[in-house]
Design a binder for this molecule. Structure first.
Ligand SMILES: [Zn+2]
Ligand SMILES: [Zn+2]
Length: 336
């Protein structure tokens, strides 16, 4: 969900496979991220093997956790016939190279994956860019240098770059024993995000677009307006009228429409709070808006999550004519 949170020592979870409905298994894969104990992959029966949707973060021991979860579903890595990634974040795509190497399967993913490639092809340039965005957003040099150093030490969580064999764009179909799953592009959380819909069973593989616990993350800086894109993606998924969501984290859930409504309401509430912060304190930096929005100063733990989130709200308020950016060494925002 959040590719930049820090690791801490903790009791390690184990990979687990559990049946959702006949032919569909949820694979719970441990994550080293505080507050996000695991990511879900899904194995869905297809002929003599499975289609694997997402594959978890790459770190020492992580492939064994995926194998353990698959084994509980009755499968081995060699049984993976196709790997489909909902988006190019490390906790969904990180082990793609390992899965492709072990099974010889194809990888299908959306082509708007520059947000991931940048970190793999030139990690130092990617870090430098994030550093610069944070500095311009008002984050003081200390602790910024320290956060940047620890991000460098954490690494990408991606085994290596593996090129998709097929681009997951609107209308592409994935065949399984349960029927066909059709791709709907759902950018917002990440530019490369897609959901997959199975109309007869009204099931939706929702990735991080819709989670059991409503939680917002925006991959900022790659598209014109991630918040606007996310809201339009909610409308697209709403129209599918799914009744069971297989989410990228947490439990599967049935009240899909209520989750969509809750996401809309939370985005509206946070946009309004950011507008109020700008109205009451502007010109103000994104860094100074964070505690007004979340009630807490930005920290190493939240920097990679809350700063892009606030920047994404400001951007949406800018494109909708509500706020305006005052250029300078440090970017400050005022009412338009
Ligand atoms: Zn994600
Ligand atoms: Zn995720």
């Amino acid at each position: 969900m959040v590719p930049a949170m820090s690791s801490t020592s903790r009791r390690r979870e184990l990979g687990r496979g559990e049946r959702v409905v006949p032919g569909v298994w949820r694979l719970r894969l441990p994550l080293p991220w505080p507050g996000i104990p695991h990511a879900n992959a899904y194995a869905i029966a297809a002929g003599d093997g499975v289609v694997l949707f997402d594959c978890g973060l790459h770190e020492p021991g992580s492939l064994a956790e995926l194998e353990r979860a698959l084994a509980q579903a009755g499968y081995a890595l060699a049984d993976v016939r196709l790997l489909v990634c909902t988006h190019a974040h490390s906790d969904h795509y990180g082990q793609a190279a390992s899965v492709v190497d072990a099974s010889g399967c194809e990888l299908w993913m959306h082509p708007a994956d520059a947000h991931m490639r940048a970190g793999i092809e030139d990690p130092e340039a990617r870090l430098a860019r994030r550093f610069e965005v944070a500095r311009q957003s008002g984050v003081p040099l200390e602790p910024l240098r320290q956060w940047s150093d620890s991000a460098r030490e954490r690494g990408s969580g991606i085994a290596r770059l593996v090129e998709p064999d097929r681009e997951l764009v609107d209308g592409v179909v994935v065949d399984t024993d349960l029927g066909q799953w059709t791709v709907t592009e759902t950018p917002g959380h990440a530019p490369s995000h897609v959901c997959l819909h199975q109309p007869e069973h009204r099931m939706l593989i929702s990735g991080d677009h819709l989670l059991g616990r409503v939680s917002l993350f925006f991959d900022y800086g790659w598209t014109p307006d991630p918040v606007g894109e996310f809201l339009r993606s909610l409308d697209r998924v709403d129209a599918l009228d799914a009744r069971l969501a297989l989410a990228g984290h947490g439990r599967t859930f049935a009240d899909v429409r209520a989750h969509i409504e809750a996401n809309r309401a939370l985005v509206a509430q946070r946009l309004e709070r950011v507008r109020q912060a700008v109205a009451g304190h502007g010109p103000i930096t994104a860094y100074d808006i964070v505690p007004l929005l979340h009630g807490e100063e930005l920290s190493q733990l939240t920097a990679g999550w809350w700063l892009p989130e606030v920047l994404a709200y400001l951007r949406h308020l800018e494109v909708t004519g509500v706020v305006t950016k005052e250029d300078g060494e440090t970017e400050r925002w005022g009412l338009a």
